[in-house]
Design a protein around this ligand. Structure first.
Ligand SMILES: C[S@@+](CC[C@H](N)C(=O)[O-])C[C@H]1O[C@@H](n2cnc3c(N)ncnc32)[C@H](O)[C@@H]1O
Length: 278
């Protein structure tokens, strides 16, 4: 499954506005008192999660950005260099400064369905990911939890879809469209049948059974006029996914899409999760 750099850029401001401030502050408190930290970001895309997280972490940061999409890793490198106050390339790595923080960022192309061990190097302090876990399967989560437990690693993840989608004004096809979208959510995105909106609950249960403390918080998108372009792209992608299922008549999809494109406000539910080993 691939994601365009343009789509990730469009959603970044909404993602940053949506993530739970409380949970981010809890991550910061967990690492308070340290001068440096080593972080791995799974499914990094164009680097949005680093830009949304770095301010809460210690002043000296090493980041390993992991994705299987080479184009996104290139976009991440370019966007991070443009975002930083100063940037210096050091071979494959980037040295960045941003306010009081200095960051060394490395990039690795890896497929998380196969390469999990390779992208959890010794010395890692924190694993993070944004908008990733609704793509993974329950079976993959079992192996992921075991890998983190074995290394005693915490996880901070944001923006996992929770199954809530409310549109304003309501439309007669909303319920059928949402049911079909959820059927699409459960299809294989490369990890086996996707956990979709069940992902956070599955992970919370598995980490709790592994002896971790669990902290969950809502991080909904509330898309009004400020996010009109994002909302338009969202409804287009949503309708495309519904179309692929064949579960809703084409004419209903077209009517719904035309109504939604003429102006929409929506609430899309997400959850953030912080798990810390005992
Ligand atoms: C919804 S995007 C989120 C990107 C980024 N975290 C953000 O918040 O903008 C999901 C990301 O996971 C990556 N991804 C999906 N399956 C993957 C896999 N099997 N291995 C590595 N990366 C994967 C995609 O390339 C994409 O960058």
């Amino acid at each position: 499954m691939s994601f365009s750099p343009e789509w990730l850029a469009l959603r970044e401001p909404a993602d940053h506005a949506a993530r739970s401030r409380e949970l981010l502050a809890s991550v910061g408190r967990h690492f308070a008192g340290r001068s440096e930290i080593s972080v791995v970001d799974f499914g990094c895309g164009a680097g949005s999660n680093l830009r949304g997280t770095y301010a809460a972490l210690p002043d000296r940061q090493r980041w390993l950005l992991v994705d299987y999409d080479r184009n996104l890793l290139v976009a991440a490198r370019e966007r991070l260099a443009a975002w930083a106050d100063s940037s210096r390339a050091d071979g494959e790595a980037l040295h960045l400064s941003k306010g009081p923080k200095s960051l060394t960022v490395s990039f690795v192309q890896a497929d998380l369905t196969r390469d999990l061990g390779r992208v959890l190097p010794a010395g890692t302090d924190l694993v993070t990911a944004a908008a990733l876990f609704d793509l993974v399967s329950e079976g993959w989560i079992v192996g992921f939890v075991a890998a983190l437990k074995q290394r005693g690693l915490p996880l901070y993840t944001v923006l996992t879809y929770d199954g809530t989608e409310r549109w304003e004004p309501p439309h007669p096809a909303d319920a059928a469209m949402l049911a079909a979208f959820h059927a699409h959510q459960a299809t294989d995105k490369g990890f086996g049948p996707a956990a979709g909106p069940r992902a956070t609950a599955i992970m919370a249960g598995a980490f709790a059974a592994a002896g971790y403390s669990i902290d969950r918080a809502d991080s909904p998108w509330r898309l009004g006029p400020d996010f009109a372009v994002l909302a338009r792209e969202l409804v287009t992608g949503f309708a495309g996914a519904v179309r692929e299922t064949g579960a809703v008549p084409e004419s209903d999809i077209d009517t719904w899409l035309a109504a939604r494109r003429s102006g929409v406000a929506c609430h899309v539910g997400h959850e953030d999760l912080l798990v810390i080993p005992a």
